[in-house]
Design a protein around this ligand. Structure first.
Ligand code: CA
Length: 221
């Protein structure tokens, strides 16, 4: 899943970026308000981590403009410690959750997983499609109770399709959420990756809709 991290403090931004990448996310960053607003308004992210105090345009103004433009991307805002006013304003502006600074990176990861799940209407970090079970916290999958060994890229692909199960995911969207802006991003590489994941979890679990995209069907029973 592709995540935008908006933070002008270099140290915090680097720490968060590193932790999110290690947790399997495709991470993009912005350090000023104008750039953040533009990216969030024109690009498709699975979630956004948004610092409120930014040069250019402040985080609350950015969030309000995204929401006014109909952007429903889950947003976790970073607020100054003890500033209840910022928390209230953030939630009023359309934040899905907030995290006061300083924070533990583990808490940021947990809150991010939670807002992504809530936006997808799912209550748990375990996702079952028939006997395929995806564990988001452990970043693992199992079929019929038997663990499947997946590379980071394979997991990212399977997780995105499973979180969007029942919906045909267009190839361009899948490319963005699996590869981000990496050079490796092309349709052929994606086909190969899908082939590898199919061999590991069962070919019938990922359907190809020619000209549209890919689908993990909801389990029939
Ligand atoms: Ca700041």
């Amino acid at each position: 899943m592709r995540v935008l991290v908006v933070e002008d403090d270099d140290r915090i931004r680097d720490d968060v970026t590193r932790a999110l990448a290690a947790a399997g996310y495709v991470v993009e960053t912005a350090s000023d308000g104008e750039d953040a607003w533009f990216r969030g308004d024109t690009e498709d992210y699975g979630a956004i981590v948004l610092d409120l105090g930014l040069p250019g345009m402040d985080g609350l103004a950015i969030l309000k403009r995204w929401r006014d433009n109909g952007r429903s991307t889950p947003v976790l805002v970073l607020t100054a410690r003890g500033s209840w006013a910022e928390r209230v304003e953030g939630i009023d502006a359309g934040a899905d959750d907030y995290l006061p600074k300083p924070f533990r990176i583990e808490e940021l990861l947990a809150r991010l997983r939670a807002i992504v799940r809530r936006s997808a209407g799912q209550a748990s970090s375990l996702h079952a499609v028939g006997d395929l079970v995806l564990d988001e916290r452990q970043m693992r999958a199992a079929v019929g109770g038997v663990p499947v060994s997946l590379t980071a890229l394979e997991y990212r692909l399977l997780a995105y399709l499973v979180l969007n199960r029942g919906r045909v995911v267009p190839q361009t969207e899948l490319l963005e959420h699996v590869y981000g802006d990496e050079d490796a991003r092309d349709a052929n590489a994606l086909e190969v990756l899908i082939g590898r994941v199919r061999r590991k979890v069962g070919a019938e679990r990922i359907e190809t809709r020619r000209g549209f995209g890919y689908l993990v069907p909801e389990a029939s029973a």
